[in-house]
Design a protein around this ligand. Structure first.
Ligand code: GTP
Ligand code: GTP
Ligand code: MG
Ligand code: MG
Lengths: 278, 292
């Protein structure tokens, strides 16, 4: 945009390409640029240097009014169920999140309900140990709903403030696996009406447009209430979450920016949008 | 799908008489939309569209009675051609063991694919050894040991306090002594922009001179696929790519992006979590999938 004297078609194309490159998606990018054209006309903007700021404004609007983070004070235990496709960072995010709440002085318990993947329970146990919290687990191959049930019992008995339940990665198109997830949620809800209070969908920032399908099917199956976007410390921008927020209304709550215990931040729309253009 | 949208576009354009080159540009906008929508990198799409246009004009699409069909066929054939035409076998070393190194971003499927690949190559007569060279991720070594156990296959580990290049060297030495003619090294996930960790991979390469360096890529990767593939290739000289999680509904445009930017053959695809879910890559099928 710098060095340009007039607002012309090539400027709009350049902005569209910046959005596409950030995985905003071609349809959403075209829509945003159309809205930008309308704003430019409406506000009678003549200086090309003003356009990025207006476009950022439009994207921030699309990302919604909510502030990031997960408020856990309303219930006890506040139950968070973490879901998502394979390898996106669920288990690691749970470790970081547990630490975050522990540092706030809250008591946290983890539920190792990924009873399928090799060494998944071991992995969560190492995180529990690092954070200094208890993890409820069964043996590998046992029923994840039974682990969720026991975790909730333990959380109630020990008056834990937060219970975070890890689940196995699964592709959203596998109906038997999505049924399993529905069962885990049902069992939690029977044991504690209203729980899980947060159903957090973890999405990898390197994911392209498939994130929309993931969010749609996970939402249909277990009513996702929030999104955690991981691996933003790489070069991917995670722009697909704009379409997810717009079409499905799922607020982005947290972002993962590394493999370390402190590499978790509440979502900040302004910082996120600035980074799309960086 | 794309075919229907092109029919519509050409119908409107034809309505005013003979087709012009500008009309073809208009129609190709639909192709661009379809490919970017399938996660092909937008710069790769730019080059691709230019090739398709050249072929279309060259094949007299302006005179065609069925321009939409003709363009779709050219797009499909060009996609398949670009993603194929290369060797998708594992290169065996002239003297054993053959050493394969698995690299890639976090969570792409390296550890699982290491076990799957060993399983597949054992069926071809090899005696594989798996090497646990991820000393960082919690329970990574245990994960590979569990998979090795499921396959009844040896897993070499030196715990998590020995440097990966030293683990790799010791593994190859042991493989030679034990008669394992295939060594597959699982490495830790890392960012292509992490200089220290990329240097670690180069040290492993310099230590054991792998016969194959395979980049494991999650098939749902978006525009970033070119950055990742380009950097890994520049730093390590990849010999191949494995695309994982194709048992989902991702269109998989990353396949074209990765091939276009590295020239490396896509050797296998991951089609599930089970250890037998590794298949040969078929460019024609991938082209169909990308075009939806
Ligand atoms: N760089 C980076 N790596 C991350 C981040 N979050 C997770 N990871 C890494 O991503 C990889 C996968 O993380 P996991 O927590 O095992 O992912 P998962 O979703 O639980 O995986 P499955 O249970 O197998 O589905 C690990 O190597 C993590 O260290 C992040 O924000 N940044
Ligand atoms: N559905 C499906 N899942 C897969 C496939 N390949 C791997 N996975 C799953 O993806 C997740 C990540 O696999 P890993 O093998 O741990 O990935 P990784 O690259 O070793 O991860 P890091 O070591 O943390 O970088 C696990 O849940 C695997 O079961 C595949 O082809 N299809
Ligand atoms: Mg996990
Ligand atoms: Mg691994």
């Amino acid at each position: 945009v710098t060095g340009r004297k007039i607002i012309d078609e090539s400027l709009y194309e350049e902005l569209e390409e910046t959005l596409i490159q950030a995985d905003v998606g071609i349809d959403t990018a075209l829509e945003l640029v159309e809205n930008l054209r309308a704003e430019v006309k409406k506000r009678k903007i003549g200086n090309p240097e003003e356009l990025p700021a207006v476009l950022k404004e439009l994207i921030q609007q699309a990302l919604g009014e909510e502030t990031g983070g997960i408020e856990t004070g309303a219930e006890q235990p506040f139950v968070i169920m973490v879901v998502g496709v394979n390898g996106v960072g669920k288990t690691t995010t749970i470790g970081k999140l547990a630490n975050f709440y522990k540092e706030q002085g809250k008591s946290v318990i983890m539920g190792a309900a990924d009873t399928f993947r090799a060494a998944a329970i071991d992995q969560l146990e190492i995180w529990a140990d690092r954070v200094g919290v208890q993890v409820i687990k069964h043996t590998e191959g046992s029923d994840p709903a039974a682990v969720a049930f026991d975790s909730l019992h333990a959380a109630k008995a020990r008056k834990a403030d937060v219970l975070i339940i890890d689940t196995a990665g699964r592709l959203h198109t596998k109906s038997n696996l999505m049924d399993e997830l529905k069962k885990v949620r049902r069992v939690i809800g029977r044991e504690l009406p209203g729980a899980p209070h947060e159903i957090l969908l973890v999405v990898d920032a390197t994911t392209g447009q498939n994130a929309i399908s993931q969010a749609k099917l996970f939402k249909e199956a277990v009513d996702v209430t929030g999104l955690a976007l991981t691996k933003l410390d790489g070069t991917a921008k995670g722009g697909v979450v704009v379409a997810v927020r717009q079409s499905l209304g799922i607020p982005i709550k947290m972002i993962g920016v590394g493999e370390g215990i402190d590499d978790l931040r509440p979502f900040n729309a302004k910082e996120f949008v600035d980074a799309l253009f960086a | 799908g794309l075919a229907e949208r092109l029919q519509e576009t050409f119908k409107k354009l034809r309505g005013k008489g003979r087709l012009t080159e500008e009309d073809v540009d208009q129609a190709l906008k639909e192709v661009r939309r379809a490919l970017i929508g399938a996660d092909v990198n937008f710069l790769v799409v730019k080059d691709f569209i230019a090739k398709v246009k050249e072929r279309a004009i060259g094949s007299d699409v302006l005179q065609s009675l069925t321009p939409a069909q003709q363009v779709v066929k050219i797009v499909h054939d060009e996609l398949a051609e670009l993603m194929g035409g290369t060797n998708s076998k594992i290169e065996l070393a002239p003297s054993p063991p053959t050493v394969i190194m698995m690299v890639g971003l976090h969570g792409a499927g390296k550890t699982t694919t290491t076990a799957k690949l060993a399983n597949l190559l054992r069926r071809q007569g090899r005696r594989p050894m798996l090497v646990a060279a991820d000393i960082y991720r919690p329970a990574a070594i245990k994960q590979l040991q569990v998979l090795g156990g499921q396959l009844n296959m040896p897993v070499f580990s030196m715990g998590d306090s020995v440097a990966p290049p030293d683990i790799a060297r010791a593994a190859v030495d042991k493989a030679k002594r034990d008669g394992n003619d295939l060594v597959i090294i699982d490495t830790a996930g890392r960012l292509h922009i992490d200089e220290e960790l990329m240097a670690e991979l180069r040290r492993i390469v310099d230590t054991v001179h792998p016969d194959e360096i395979l980049l494991v890529v999650d098939s749902m990767t978006g525009q970033d696929a070119v950055n990742v593939a380009k950097t890994f290739n520049e730093m390590l000289s990849l010999t191949g790519v494995i695309l994982t999680k194709l048992d989902g509904d991702t269109r998989g445009g990353a396949a074209l992006s990765v091939k276009a930017v590295t020239g490396c053959p896509i050797k296998f695809i991951g089609m599930g979590e089970k250890l037998d879910a590794l298949e040969q890559f078929h460019p024609e099928r991938m082209a169909d999938r990308i075009l939806g």
